[in-house]
Write a protein that binds this ligand. Sequence first.
Ligand code: ZN
Length: 172
Amino acid sequence: MTIRKIITPPNKLLKQPSLLVEQVDDSIRALVRDMFETMYEAPGIGLAAVQVGEPVAVIVMDTAGENEEPRPRALINPQVIWASQEEREYEEGCLSVPDIYDTVVRPAEVKVRYLDLDGNQREETFTGMDATCVQHEIDHTKGILFIDYLGRLKRERYLKKIIKKARQAQEA
Ligand code: ZN
């Protein structure tokens, strides 16, 4: 297993839709293991493959709290097939948008179709924190960041901040 480097703007991959996985094979399972290791090390509660520079539709998540048993989940080619009218608002963050947090409103409940690590198709309903997290990660597979839901001025201010900080880190 390897901890991968997490990409940040202005890396254009983050704006690019990911490719669907045609076959869930050992290379995908190896990528998933790297993604879990990278996510837990960060630490974060969700990660999409594109964030480690692999633009394929693979996401991992674990929304367990600090004192709970881990709940690692991997979803291949995830797709929202139903969303509730009811909404949930949460102050989101993102490993590719470091140190920025802002409120995003999303459906409170979603049904997601995906392939598991054995390539079996599954459908599952996500609620609460899991619903927010899975929608955030699925957005990554479409080239959408949570800051894209904020106003243009806010988004541009955040992007400027991230790019400036990355440049400073490079120079240090
Ligand atoms: Zn994210």
